[in-house]
Design a protein around this ligand. Structure first.
Ligand code: NAX
Length: 328
Protein backbone atom coordinates (compact mmCIF):
# COMPACT_ATOMS: atom_id res chain seq x y z
CA UNK A 1 0.00 0.00 0.00
CA UNK A 2 1.13 3.55 -0.77
CA UNK A 3 1.73 5.95 2.14
CA UNK A 4 -1.32 8.10 2.89
CA UNK A 5 -2.33 11.08 0.79
CA UNK A 6 -4.30 13.77 2.58
CA UNK A 7 -7.67 14.79 1.15
CA UNK A 8 -9.77 17.65 2.56
CA UNK A 9 -13.49 17.93 1.82
CA UNK A 10 -15.42 21.04 2.84
CA UNK A 11 -19.18 20.83 3.34
CA UNK A 12 -18.58 17.18 4.19
CA UNK A 13 -21.92 16.80 6.00
CA UNK A 14 -23.94 18.19 3.10
CA UNK A 15 -25.68 16.18 0.39
CA UNK A 16 -22.74 15.97 -2.00
CA UNK A 17 -20.21 15.58 0.79
CA UNK A 18 -22.12 12.63 2.24
CA UNK A 19 -22.06 10.78 -1.07
CA UNK A 20 -18.49 11.80 -1.83
CA UNK A 21 -16.61 10.88 1.34
CA UNK A 22 -17.81 7.27 1.31
CA UNK A 23 -16.52 6.78 -2.21
CA UNK A 24 -13.20 8.48 -1.50
CA UNK A 25 -12.80 6.19 1.52
CA UNK A 26 -13.51 3.12 -0.61
CA UNK A 27 -10.52 3.91 -2.84
CA UNK A 28 -12.48 4.77 -5.96
CA UNK A 29 -10.79 8.14 -6.32
CA UNK A 30 -7.09 7.66 -5.67
CA UNK A 31 -6.77 3.94 -6.33
CA UNK A 32 -7.23 0.72 -4.42
CA UNK A 33 -3.62 0.71 -3.21
CA UNK A 34 -3.62 4.26 -1.84
CA UNK A 35 -4.03 4.94 1.89
CA UNK A 36 -6.00 8.09 2.67
CA UNK A 37 -6.12 10.62 5.48
CA UNK A 38 -9.47 12.39 5.26
CA UNK A 39 -9.97 15.86 6.68
CA UNK A 40 -13.63 16.80 6.86
CA UNK A 41 -14.37 20.51 7.17
CA UNK A 42 -17.72 21.94 8.18
CA UNK A 43 -19.19 25.05 9.74
CA UNK A 44 -19.85 25.05 13.50
CA UNK A 45 -23.50 24.30 12.74
CA UNK A 46 -22.47 21.40 10.52
CA UNK A 47 -20.44 19.70 13.27
CA UNK A 48 -23.32 17.64 14.65
CA UNK A 49 -24.33 15.99 11.34
CA UNK A 50 -20.63 15.62 10.58
CA UNK A 51 -20.23 13.50 13.72
CA UNK A 52 -22.82 11.15 12.19
CA UNK A 53 -20.85 11.01 8.94
CA UNK A 54 -17.71 10.17 10.97
CA UNK A 55 -19.57 7.33 12.65
CA UNK A 56 -20.68 5.97 9.28
CA UNK A 57 -17.13 6.17 7.97
CA UNK A 58 -16.01 4.15 11.00
CA UNK A 59 -18.83 1.68 10.42
CA UNK A 60 -17.76 1.25 6.83
CA UNK A 61 -14.46 -0.21 8.12
CA UNK A 62 -12.70 1.01 4.96
CA UNK A 63 -9.30 -0.68 4.78
CA UNK A 64 -7.67 2.27 2.96
CA UNK A 65 -8.80 4.93 5.40
CA UNK A 66 -5.91 5.59 7.75
CA UNK A 67 -7.40 8.58 9.57
CA UNK A 68 -10.41 10.87 9.64
CA UNK A 69 -10.36 14.34 11.17
CA UNK A 70 -13.37 16.62 11.59
CA UNK A 71 -12.80 20.32 12.02
CA UNK A 72 -14.11 23.80 11.36
CA UNK A 73 -10.58 25.22 11.56
CA UNK A 74 -9.39 25.81 8.00
CA UNK A 75 -5.67 25.74 8.75
CA UNK A 76 -6.05 22.44 10.52
CA UNK A 77 -8.34 21.04 7.82
CA UNK A 78 -6.04 22.08 4.99
CA UNK A 79 -2.81 21.20 6.83
CA UNK A 80 -0.45 19.42 4.37
CA UNK A 81 -3.32 18.28 2.15
CA UNK A 82 -2.62 16.91 -1.33
CA UNK A 83 -6.18 17.39 -2.63
CA UNK A 84 -8.86 19.79 -1.43
CA UNK A 85 -12.42 19.40 -2.62
CA UNK A 86 -14.29 22.59 -1.83
CA UNK A 87 -17.92 21.56 -1.81
CA UNK A 88 -19.36 23.63 1.06
CA UNK A 89 -20.88 26.93 0.05
CA UNK A 90 -23.49 29.32 1.26
CA UNK A 91 -26.96 28.34 -0.02
CA UNK A 92 -29.29 30.89 -1.56
CA UNK A 93 -31.54 32.10 1.26
CA UNK A 94 -35.05 33.55 0.93
CA UNK A 95 -35.07 36.94 -0.78
CA UNK A 96 -31.38 36.70 -1.59
CA UNK A 97 -30.28 38.21 -4.91
CA UNK A 98 -27.72 36.43 -7.06
CA UNK A 99 -25.27 39.22 -6.21
CA UNK A 100 -25.76 38.65 -2.45
CA UNK A 101 -25.06 34.95 -2.93
CA UNK A 102 -22.01 35.76 -4.99
CA UNK A 103 -20.63 38.05 -2.29
CA UNK A 104 -21.34 35.59 0.55
CA UNK A 105 -19.53 32.82 -1.28
CA UNK A 106 -16.66 34.96 -2.44
CA UNK A 107 -15.97 35.72 1.22
CA UNK A 108 -15.90 32.01 2.09
CA UNK A 109 -13.59 31.18 -0.81
CA UNK A 110 -11.27 34.10 -0.09
CA UNK A 111 -10.75 32.72 3.43
CA UNK A 112 -10.25 29.22 2.12
CA UNK A 113 -7.73 30.44 -0.47
CA UNK A 114 -5.72 32.15 2.28
CA UNK A 115 -5.77 29.05 4.45
CA UNK A 116 -4.75 26.80 1.54
CA UNK A 117 -1.90 29.17 0.76
CA UNK A 118 -0.63 28.89 4.33
CA UNK A 119 -1.30 25.25 5.09
CA UNK A 120 -1.65 22.98 2.04
CA UNK A 121 1.19 20.88 0.62
CA UNK A 122 3.12 22.84 -2.05
CA UNK A 123 1.79 20.78 -4.93
CA UNK A 124 -1.81 20.51 -3.64
CA UNK A 125 -4.64 20.47 -6.17
CA UNK A 126 -7.92 22.17 -5.37
CA UNK A 127 -11.28 21.29 -6.93
CA UNK A 128 -14.05 23.82 -6.41
CA UNK A 129 -17.57 22.38 -6.54
CA UNK A 130 -19.52 24.94 -4.47
CA UNK A 131 -21.32 27.52 -6.58
CA UNK A 132 -20.70 29.87 -8.29
CA UNK A 133 -17.85 27.40 -8.87
CA UNK A 134 -15.81 29.23 -11.54
CA UNK A 135 -15.76 32.53 -9.71
CA UNK A 136 -15.17 30.86 -6.35
CA UNK A 137 -12.09 29.20 -7.86
CA UNK A 138 -10.86 32.57 -9.12
CA UNK A 139 -11.36 34.14 -5.68
CA UNK A 140 -9.65 31.25 -3.87
CA UNK A 141 -6.70 31.30 -6.25
CA UNK A 142 -6.22 35.07 -6.09
CA UNK A 143 -6.13 34.78 -2.31
CA UNK A 144 -3.43 32.10 -2.51
CA UNK A 145 -0.53 34.09 -4.00
CA UNK A 146 2.08 31.39 -3.37
CA UNK A 147 0.16 28.76 -5.30
CA UNK A 148 -0.02 28.41 -9.10
CA UNK A 149 -3.34 29.32 -10.67
CA UNK A 150 -3.29 25.89 -12.33
CA UNK A 151 -3.61 24.32 -8.87
CA UNK A 152 -7.27 25.43 -8.81
CA UNK A 153 -9.97 23.81 -10.94
CA UNK A 154 -13.72 24.47 -10.89
CA UNK A 155 -15.92 21.52 -11.69
CA UNK A 156 -17.76 21.23 -15.02
CA UNK A 157 -17.41 17.46 -15.24
CA UNK A 158 -21.03 16.91 -14.21
CA UNK A 159 -22.14 19.02 -17.17
CA UNK A 160 -19.89 16.99 -19.45
CA UNK A 161 -21.27 13.70 -18.12
CA UNK A 162 -24.83 14.94 -18.56
CA UNK A 163 -24.05 15.93 -22.16
CA UNK A 164 -22.38 12.58 -22.90
CA UNK A 165 -25.38 10.68 -21.53
CA UNK A 166 -27.84 12.75 -23.53
CA UNK A 167 -25.91 12.28 -26.77
CA UNK A 168 -25.61 8.53 -26.14
CA UNK A 169 -29.35 8.32 -25.57
CA UNK A 170 -30.12 10.24 -28.78
CA UNK A 171 -27.78 8.06 -30.86
CA UNK A 172 -28.81 4.79 -29.20
CA UNK A 173 -25.16 4.29 -28.26
CA UNK A 174 -23.37 3.33 -25.05
CA UNK A 175 -22.17 6.27 -23.02
CA UNK A 176 -18.69 4.69 -22.83
CA UNK A 177 -18.38 5.08 -26.61
CA UNK A 178 -19.04 8.84 -26.52
CA UNK A 179 -16.05 11.13 -26.23
CA UNK A 180 -14.78 14.64 -27.03
CA UNK A 181 -17.94 16.33 -25.78
CA UNK A 182 -16.90 19.76 -24.54
CA UNK A 183 -18.32 22.13 -21.94
CA UNK A 184 -17.11 25.68 -22.52
CA UNK A 185 -17.28 28.50 -19.99
CA UNK A 186 -19.28 28.84 -16.83
CA UNK A 187 -20.89 26.11 -14.73
CA UNK A 188 -24.24 27.86 -15.08
CA UNK A 189 -27.08 28.03 -17.57
CA UNK A 190 -24.82 30.12 -19.85
CA UNK A 191 -22.39 27.20 -20.40
CA UNK A 192 -21.93 25.96 -23.95
CA UNK A 193 -22.17 22.18 -24.32
CA UNK A 194 -20.47 21.64 -27.69
CA UNK A 195 -20.81 18.59 -29.94
CA UNK A 196 -18.69 19.99 -32.80
CA UNK A 197 -15.84 17.60 -32.04
CA UNK A 198 -17.77 14.82 -30.30
CA UNK A 199 -17.34 11.24 -31.41
CA UNK A 200 -19.36 8.07 -30.98
CA UNK A 201 -17.31 4.92 -31.35
CA UNK A 202 -14.58 7.00 -32.99
CA UNK A 203 -16.94 8.48 -35.64
CA UNK A 204 -17.93 12.13 -35.79
CA UNK A 205 -21.15 12.36 -33.71
CA UNK A 206 -22.72 14.97 -35.99
CA UNK A 207 -22.51 12.58 -38.92
CA UNK A 208 -24.40 10.01 -36.86
CA UNK A 209 -26.99 12.29 -35.25
CA UNK A 210 -27.46 14.52 -38.34
CA UNK A 211 -29.90 16.77 -36.51
CA UNK A 212 -28.69 20.32 -35.95
CA UNK A 213 -32.12 21.39 -34.80
CA UNK A 214 -32.05 18.81 -31.99
CA UNK A 215 -28.60 20.04 -30.97
CA UNK A 216 -29.64 23.70 -30.83
CA UNK A 217 -33.20 23.40 -29.57
CA UNK A 218 -33.00 20.40 -27.26
CA UNK A 219 -29.51 19.20 -26.47
CA UNK A 220 -27.93 22.52 -25.52
CA UNK A 221 -30.80 23.90 -23.38
CA UNK A 222 -31.40 20.53 -21.72
CA UNK A 223 -27.77 20.22 -20.60
CA UNK A 224 -27.74 23.85 -19.49
CA UNK A 225 -30.87 23.32 -17.38
CA UNK A 226 -30.38 19.72 -16.27
CA UNK A 227 -29.71 20.83 -12.68
CA UNK A 228 -33.16 22.45 -12.52
CA UNK A 229 -34.75 19.35 -14.06
CA UNK A 230 -33.28 17.19 -11.28
CA UNK A 231 -34.42 19.65 -8.60
CA UNK A 232 -37.99 19.64 -9.86
CA UNK A 233 -38.15 15.83 -9.88
CA UNK A 234 -36.20 15.06 -6.71
CA UNK A 235 -37.06 18.11 -4.64
CA UNK A 236 -33.32 18.54 -4.01
CA UNK A 237 -30.34 19.36 -6.17
CA UNK A 238 -28.08 16.78 -7.84
CA UNK A 239 -25.93 15.17 -5.20
CA UNK A 240 -24.86 11.60 -6.03
CA UNK A 241 -24.10 12.53 -9.65
CA UNK A 242 -22.23 15.65 -8.51
CA UNK A 243 -20.18 13.56 -6.08
CA UNK A 244 -19.47 11.10 -8.89
CA UNK A 245 -18.29 13.90 -11.17
CA UNK A 246 -16.04 15.35 -8.44
CA UNK A 247 -14.54 11.93 -7.89
CA UNK A 248 -14.04 11.45 -11.65
CA UNK A 249 -12.27 14.81 -11.89
CA UNK A 250 -9.74 14.09 -9.15
CA UNK A 251 -9.30 10.45 -10.18
CA UNK A 252 -8.39 11.55 -13.71
CA UNK A 253 -5.94 14.14 -12.40
CA UNK A 254 -4.33 11.62 -10.10
CA UNK A 255 -4.47 8.41 -12.13
CA UNK A 256 -4.97 9.80 -15.64
CA UNK A 257 -7.55 9.13 -18.33
CA UNK A 258 -5.28 8.59 -21.31
CA UNK A 259 -5.94 10.88 -24.26
CA UNK A 260 -9.60 11.45 -23.37
CA UNK A 261 -10.79 15.05 -23.27
CA UNK A 262 -12.17 16.11 -19.91
CA UNK A 263 -13.81 19.49 -19.44
CA UNK A 264 -12.45 21.43 -16.51
CA UNK A 265 -12.88 25.09 -15.64
CA UNK A 266 -9.29 26.28 -15.40
CA UNK A 267 -7.57 29.64 -15.55
CA UNK A 268 -7.72 31.04 -19.07
CA UNK A 269 -4.32 31.48 -20.68
CA UNK A 270 -5.90 33.59 -23.41
CA UNK A 271 -6.47 30.56 -25.68
CA UNK A 272 -9.58 30.72 -27.89
CA UNK A 273 -9.54 34.49 -27.31
CA UNK A 274 -10.97 34.07 -23.80
CA UNK A 275 -10.13 36.83 -21.36
CA UNK A 276 -6.99 35.84 -19.44
CA UNK A 277 -7.43 35.06 -15.76
CA UNK A 278 -11.05 33.91 -15.87
CA UNK A 279 -11.82 30.35 -14.76
CA UNK A 280 -13.32 29.10 -18.00
CA UNK A 281 -14.18 25.50 -18.83
CA UNK A 282 -12.14 24.02 -21.69
CA UNK A 283 -11.25 20.51 -22.81
CA UNK A 284 -8.19 19.19 -21.01
CA UNK A 285 -6.15 16.01 -21.05
CA UNK A 286 -5.13 14.40 -17.76
CA UNK A 287 -2.15 12.10 -17.91
CA UNK A 288 -2.18 11.16 -14.24
CA UNK A 289 0.66 13.35 -13.01
CA UNK A 290 -1.92 15.50 -11.18
CA UNK A 291 -1.65 18.19 -13.89
CA UNK A 292 -3.92 18.96 -16.82
CA UNK A 293 -3.06 20.09 -20.33
CA UNK A 294 -5.45 22.31 -22.26
CA UNK A 295 -6.54 21.03 -25.67
CA UNK A 296 -5.43 23.95 -27.84
CA UNK A 297 -6.29 25.40 -31.23
CA UNK A 298 -9.47 23.51 -32.03
CA UNK A 299 -11.36 25.04 -34.96
CA UNK A 300 -14.30 27.08 -33.70
CA UNK A 301 -17.26 27.86 -35.98
CA UNK A 302 -19.36 31.04 -35.81
CA UNK A 303 -22.15 29.53 -33.74
CA UNK A 304 -19.68 28.16 -31.19
CA UNK A 305 -17.80 31.46 -31.05
CA UNK A 306 -21.03 33.29 -30.21
CA UNK A 307 -21.94 30.81 -27.48
CA UNK A 308 -18.41 30.91 -26.04
CA UNK A 309 -18.47 34.69 -25.87
CA UNK A 310 -21.86 34.75 -24.13
CA UNK A 311 -20.67 32.54 -21.26
CA UNK A 312 -17.38 34.50 -21.07
CA UNK A 313 -19.40 37.69 -20.64
CA UNK A 314 -21.22 36.21 -17.65
CA UNK A 315 -17.90 35.23 -16.06
CA UNK A 316 -16.56 38.76 -16.49
CA UNK A 317 -19.68 40.12 -14.76
CA UNK A 318 -19.26 37.62 -11.92
CA UNK A 319 -15.61 38.59 -11.49
CA UNK A 320 -16.51 42.27 -11.43
CA UNK A 321 -19.13 41.60 -8.74
CA UNK A 322 -16.47 40.18 -6.38
CA UNK A 323 -13.62 42.54 -7.28
CA UNK A 324 -13.44 43.86 -3.72
CA UNK A 325 -12.27 40.42 -2.59
CA UNK A 326 -9.47 40.15 -5.14
CA UNK A 327 -6.23 41.40 -3.62
CA UNK A 328 -4.48 42.25 -6.92
P1 NAX B 1 -25.75 21.20 1.02
O1 NAX B 1 -26.42 22.46 1.46
O2 NAX B 1 -26.45 19.89 1.19
O3 NAX B 1 -24.35 21.06 1.77
C1 NAX B 1 -23.46 22.11 1.90
C2 NAX B 1 -22.69 21.87 3.17
O4 NAX B 1 -21.65 22.83 3.21
C3 NAX B 1 -23.52 22.05 4.44
O5 NAX B 1 -23.35 20.92 5.27
C4 NAX B 1 -22.95 23.32 5.08
O6 NAX B 1 -22.95 23.27 6.49
C5 NAX B 1 -21.53 23.31 4.53
N1 NAX B 1 -20.90 24.62 4.48
C6 NAX B 1 -21.45 25.83 4.18
N2 NAX B 1 -20.52 26.80 4.27
C7 NAX B 1 -19.37 26.19 4.61
C8 NAX B 1 -18.06 26.67 4.87
N3 NAX B 1 -17.78 27.98 4.80
N4 NAX B 1 -17.09 25.79 5.21
C9 NAX B 1 -17.38 24.46 5.31
N5 NAX B 1 -18.61 23.95 5.10
C10 NAX B 1 -19.59 24.82 4.73
O7 NAX B 1 -25.35 21.43 -0.50
P2 NAX B 1 -24.91 20.35 -1.59
O8 NAX B 1 -26.11 19.87 -2.30
O9 NAX B 1 -23.99 19.37 -1.00
O10 NAX B 1 -24.14 21.31 -2.63
C11 NAX B 1 -22.92 21.93 -2.29
C12 NAX B 1 -22.53 22.94 -3.34
O11 NAX B 1 -22.31 22.30 -4.59
C13 NAX B 1 -23.59 24.02 -3.61
O12 NAX B 1 -22.94 25.27 -3.70
C14 NAX B 1 -24.14 23.62 -4.96
O13 NAX B 1 -24.68 24.72 -5.64
C15 NAX B 1 -22.91 23.08 -5.63
N6 NAX B 1 -23.11 22.23 -6.80
C16 NAX B 1 -22.17 22.31 -7.79
C17 NAX B 1 -22.21 21.51 -8.91
C18 NAX B 1 -21.15 21.60 -9.96
O14 NAX B 1 -21.31 20.89 -10.97
N7 NAX B 1 -20.11 22.42 -9.87
C19 NAX B 1 -23.32 20.56 -9.12
C20 NAX B 1 -24.04 20.19 -7.87
C21 NAX B 1 -24.22 21.30 -6.87
O15 NAX B 1 -25.38 22.01 -7.20
Amino acid sequence: LLPPLKVAVTGAAGQIGYALVMRIASGEMLGKDQLIDLNLIETEAGMSPLRGVMMELEDGAFPLLSSVTATSDLNKGFGDINYAMLVGASPRGPGMERSDLMAANAKIFAEQGKALNTSAAVNAKVLVVGNPANTNALVASENAPDMWEEQFIAMTRLDQSRAQALLAEKAGADVKDVDRVIIWGNHSASQYPDLSHARIGGKWAKSIVKDDKWIKDEFIPRVQKRGAEVISARGASSAASAASAALDTVRDLHLGSGDAWQSNAVVSDGGYGIHKGLWYSVPTICKGDSHFRRVQRLPIDDFSAKMMTATEKELIEERDAVRHLLPG
